[in-house]
Design a protein around this ligand. Structure first.
Ligand code: 5GP
Length: 209
Protein backbone atom coordinates (compact mmCIF):
# COMPACT_ATOMS: atom_id res chain seq x y z
CA UNK A 1 0.00 0.00 0.00
CA UNK A 2 1.38 3.42 -0.94
CA UNK A 3 0.84 5.97 1.84
CA UNK A 4 1.10 9.76 2.04
CA UNK A 5 4.23 9.80 4.22
CA UNK A 6 7.04 11.95 2.90
CA UNK A 7 10.68 12.04 3.94
CA UNK A 8 13.69 13.95 2.72
CA UNK A 9 17.39 14.30 3.52
CA UNK A 10 17.77 10.63 4.32
CA UNK A 11 14.80 10.63 6.72
CA UNK A 12 15.80 13.77 8.66
CA UNK A 13 12.74 15.66 7.38
CA UNK A 14 9.41 13.92 7.82
CA UNK A 15 5.87 14.90 6.92
CA UNK A 16 2.85 13.96 4.88
CA UNK A 17 1.65 15.11 1.49
CA UNK A 18 -2.12 14.61 1.22
CA UNK A 19 -3.10 12.08 -1.44
CA UNK A 20 0.47 11.70 -2.64
CA UNK A 21 0.22 7.91 -2.25
CA UNK A 22 -2.66 7.84 -4.72
CA UNK A 23 -0.98 10.19 -7.20
CA UNK A 24 2.37 8.37 -7.03
CA UNK A 25 0.76 4.94 -7.41
CA UNK A 26 -1.35 5.97 -10.38
CA UNK A 27 1.36 8.05 -12.02
CA UNK A 28 4.01 5.34 -11.69
CA UNK A 29 1.71 2.74 -13.19
CA UNK A 30 0.65 5.09 -16.00
CA UNK A 31 4.28 5.87 -16.89
CA UNK A 32 5.39 2.26 -16.53
CA UNK A 33 2.68 1.23 -19.02
CA UNK A 34 3.92 3.91 -21.39
CA UNK A 35 7.50 2.67 -21.00
CA UNK A 36 6.40 -0.94 -21.56
CA UNK A 37 4.90 0.21 -24.87
CA UNK A 38 8.32 1.46 -25.89
CA UNK A 39 10.06 -1.79 -24.99
CA UNK A 40 11.15 -1.20 -21.37
CA UNK A 41 10.20 -4.12 -19.15
CA UNK A 42 8.90 -3.00 -15.74
CA UNK A 43 7.79 -4.67 -12.51
CA UNK A 44 4.14 -3.71 -13.10
CA UNK A 45 1.57 -6.51 -13.06
CA UNK A 46 -1.72 -4.87 -12.09
CA UNK A 47 -3.02 -1.80 -10.28
CA UNK A 48 -5.70 -3.15 -7.96
CA UNK A 49 -6.87 0.11 -6.40
CA UNK A 50 -5.78 3.73 -5.87
CA UNK A 51 -3.01 2.81 -3.48
CA UNK A 52 -2.13 -0.82 -4.24
CA UNK A 53 -0.40 -2.45 -7.17
CA UNK A 54 0.71 -6.01 -7.75
CA UNK A 55 4.29 -6.08 -8.99
CA UNK A 56 6.89 -8.67 -9.94
CA UNK A 57 9.03 -9.56 -6.93
CA UNK A 58 12.46 -8.32 -7.90
CA UNK A 59 15.80 -8.23 -6.15
CA UNK A 60 16.59 -4.54 -6.14
CA UNK A 61 20.00 -3.58 -7.56
CA UNK A 62 21.43 -1.36 -4.79
CA UNK A 63 22.05 1.60 -7.08
CA UNK A 64 20.12 4.84 -7.44
CA UNK A 65 20.30 5.60 -11.13
CA UNK A 66 20.02 9.32 -11.80
CA UNK A 67 19.58 11.09 -15.10
CA UNK A 68 20.06 14.85 -15.36
CA UNK A 69 18.97 17.02 -18.28
CA UNK A 70 19.30 20.37 -16.50
CA UNK A 71 21.47 21.38 -13.54
CA UNK A 72 19.64 21.29 -10.20
CA UNK A 73 19.82 19.89 -6.68
CA UNK A 74 23.00 18.12 -5.59
CA UNK A 75 24.62 18.59 -9.02
CA UNK A 76 24.27 22.38 -8.79
CA UNK A 77 25.52 22.39 -5.22
CA UNK A 78 28.46 20.05 -5.79
CA UNK A 79 29.76 21.66 -8.97
CA UNK A 80 28.73 25.27 -8.36
CA UNK A 81 26.37 25.44 -11.32
CA UNK A 82 23.28 27.65 -11.33
CA UNK A 83 20.01 25.70 -11.10
CA UNK A 84 18.27 25.70 -14.46
CA UNK A 85 21.42 25.67 -16.61
CA UNK A 86 20.98 23.40 -19.63
CA UNK A 87 23.64 20.71 -19.54
CA UNK A 88 25.86 20.19 -22.59
CA UNK A 89 24.98 16.50 -22.49
CA UNK A 90 22.69 14.26 -20.48
CA UNK A 91 24.34 13.14 -17.25
CA UNK A 92 23.93 9.58 -16.01
CA UNK A 93 25.11 9.03 -12.47
CA UNK A 94 24.90 6.34 -9.85
CA UNK A 95 24.75 6.40 -6.11
CA UNK A 96 25.04 3.52 -3.68
CA UNK A 97 21.55 2.84 -2.29
CA UNK A 98 22.53 2.73 1.36
CA UNK A 99 20.72 4.93 3.90
CA UNK A 100 23.35 4.46 6.62
CA UNK A 101 25.99 5.90 4.29
CA UNK A 102 23.67 8.60 2.93
CA UNK A 103 23.46 7.14 -0.61
CA UNK A 104 26.98 8.22 -1.70
CA UNK A 105 27.73 9.03 -5.32
CA UNK A 106 29.90 6.35 -6.94
CA UNK A 107 31.33 5.40 -10.30
CA UNK A 108 30.95 2.03 -11.98
CA UNK A 109 34.42 0.86 -10.94
CA UNK A 110 33.32 1.40 -7.34
CA UNK A 111 30.10 -0.48 -8.02
CA UNK A 112 31.94 -3.46 -9.57
CA UNK A 113 34.51 -3.48 -6.75
CA UNK A 114 31.70 -3.54 -4.20
CA UNK A 115 29.89 -6.22 -6.23
CA UNK A 116 26.72 -4.14 -6.41
CA UNK A 117 26.23 -4.82 -10.10
CA UNK A 118 28.02 -6.67 -12.91
CA UNK A 119 29.41 -4.85 -15.98
CA UNK A 120 26.78 -6.61 -18.14
CA UNK A 121 23.98 -5.46 -15.84
CA UNK A 122 25.37 -1.92 -15.68
CA UNK A 123 25.54 -1.71 -19.48
CA UNK A 124 21.92 -2.79 -19.68
CA UNK A 125 20.84 -0.39 -16.93
CA UNK A 126 22.63 2.55 -18.58
CA UNK A 127 21.04 1.86 -21.96
CA UNK A 128 17.60 1.54 -20.39
CA UNK A 129 18.08 4.75 -18.35
CA UNK A 130 18.84 6.84 -21.46
CA UNK A 131 15.93 5.25 -23.30
CA UNK A 132 13.59 5.98 -20.37
CA UNK A 133 14.79 9.59 -20.38
CA UNK A 134 14.03 9.94 -24.10
CA UNK A 135 10.49 8.61 -23.65
CA UNK A 136 9.71 10.62 -20.49
CA UNK A 137 11.24 13.91 -21.63
CA UNK A 138 9.15 13.83 -24.80
CA UNK A 139 6.02 12.84 -22.89
CA UNK A 140 6.36 15.57 -20.24
CA UNK A 141 7.20 18.40 -22.62
CA UNK A 142 3.90 17.71 -24.41
CA UNK A 143 2.28 18.43 -21.02
CA UNK A 144 4.25 21.68 -20.71
CA UNK A 145 6.54 20.12 -18.10
CA UNK A 146 10.33 20.05 -18.20
CA UNK A 147 11.89 16.84 -16.92
CA UNK A 148 14.89 18.33 -15.13
CA UNK A 149 16.21 15.12 -13.58
CA UNK A 150 15.00 11.89 -12.02
CA UNK A 151 16.02 8.82 -10.05
CA UNK A 152 15.09 5.28 -11.03
CA UNK A 153 15.81 1.85 -9.63
CA UNK A 154 16.15 -1.51 -11.29
CA UNK A 155 15.60 -5.07 -10.14
CA UNK A 156 16.76 -8.55 -11.07
CA UNK A 157 13.90 -10.74 -12.19
CA UNK A 158 14.16 -14.18 -13.74
CA UNK A 159 17.69 -13.48 -14.98
CA UNK A 160 16.76 -10.11 -16.45
CA UNK A 161 17.09 -6.49 -15.36
CA UNK A 162 13.75 -4.69 -15.25
CA UNK A 163 12.57 -1.24 -14.12
CA UNK A 164 11.20 -1.23 -10.55
CA UNK A 165 10.28 1.19 -7.72
CA UNK A 166 8.47 4.35 -8.91
CA UNK A 167 8.49 7.38 -11.19
CA UNK A 168 6.57 10.25 -9.62
CA UNK A 169 6.96 13.86 -8.42
CA UNK A 170 8.83 12.29 -5.47
CA UNK A 171 11.55 10.98 -7.73
CA UNK A 172 11.57 13.49 -10.63
CA UNK A 173 12.16 17.21 -10.81
CA UNK A 174 9.38 18.63 -12.98
CA UNK A 175 9.20 22.34 -13.79
CA UNK A 176 6.49 24.23 -15.62
CA UNK A 177 7.88 24.92 -19.10
CA UNK A 178 6.91 28.59 -19.17
CA UNK A 179 7.25 29.79 -15.57
CA UNK A 180 9.86 27.21 -14.40
CA UNK A 181 7.69 26.75 -11.31
CA UNK A 182 8.72 23.63 -9.38
CA UNK A 183 6.00 20.98 -9.37
CA UNK A 184 7.72 18.21 -7.43
CA UNK A 185 9.13 17.10 -4.10
CA UNK A 186 11.51 20.05 -3.91
CA UNK A 187 8.48 22.03 -2.68
CA UNK A 188 8.45 19.72 0.37
CA UNK A 189 12.26 19.49 0.73
CA UNK A 190 12.62 23.28 0.57
CA UNK A 191 9.46 24.25 2.53
CA UNK A 192 8.07 26.12 -0.47
CA UNK A 193 4.39 25.43 0.30
CA UNK A 194 1.61 24.28 -2.05
CA UNK A 195 3.12 20.79 -2.15
CA UNK A 196 -0.23 19.00 -2.57
CA UNK A 197 -1.32 21.43 -5.28
CA UNK A 198 1.88 20.76 -7.23
CA UNK A 199 1.36 16.99 -7.18
CA UNK A 200 -2.29 17.45 -8.25
CA UNK A 201 -1.24 19.81 -11.04
CA UNK A 202 1.14 17.18 -12.45
CA UNK A 203 -1.56 14.51 -12.16
CA UNK A 204 -4.03 16.80 -13.98
CA UNK A 205 -1.61 17.59 -16.80
CA UNK A 206 -1.03 13.93 -17.51
CA UNK A 207 -4.76 13.23 -17.35
CA UNK A 208 -4.91 11.19 -14.14
CA UNK A 209 -7.48 13.39 -12.34
P1 5GP B 1 19.72 15.22 -6.32
O1 5GP B 1 20.93 14.32 -6.40
O2 5GP B 1 19.89 16.47 -7.13
O3 5GP B 1 19.29 15.47 -4.92
O4 5GP B 1 18.51 14.39 -6.98
C1 5GP B 1 18.49 14.11 -8.36
C2 5GP B 1 17.13 13.53 -8.73
O5 5GP B 1 16.98 12.24 -8.17
C3 5GP B 1 15.94 14.34 -8.21
O6 5GP B 1 14.92 14.27 -9.19
C4 5GP B 1 15.51 13.63 -6.96
O7 5GP B 1 14.12 13.73 -6.78
C5 5GP B 1 15.91 12.19 -7.26
N1 5GP B 1 16.42 11.50 -6.07
C6 5GP B 1 17.71 11.30 -5.73
N2 5GP B 1 17.81 10.59 -4.60
C7 5GP B 1 16.58 10.34 -4.21
C8 5GP B 1 16.03 9.64 -3.09
O8 5GP B 1 16.73 9.07 -2.25
N3 5GP B 1 14.67 9.63 -3.01
C9 5GP B 1 13.88 10.22 -3.94
N4 5GP B 1 12.55 10.20 -3.77
N5 5GP B 1 14.36 10.87 -5.01
C10 5GP B 1 15.70 10.92 -5.15
Amino acid sequence: MILDDATAFNGLKKGTIANKGIINNRMTNFLFKKLEESGIETHLIEEINDRDTIVKKVEIVPLEVIIRNIAAGSFSKKYGVEEGKELKCTVLEFSYKNDELGDPLLNLAHAYALELVTPEEAAHISKMAYHINDVLKKFFIEKNLILVDFKIEFGRYDGRIILADEISPDTCRLWDKDTKEKLDKDRFRRDMGNVEDAYIEVAKRIGLV
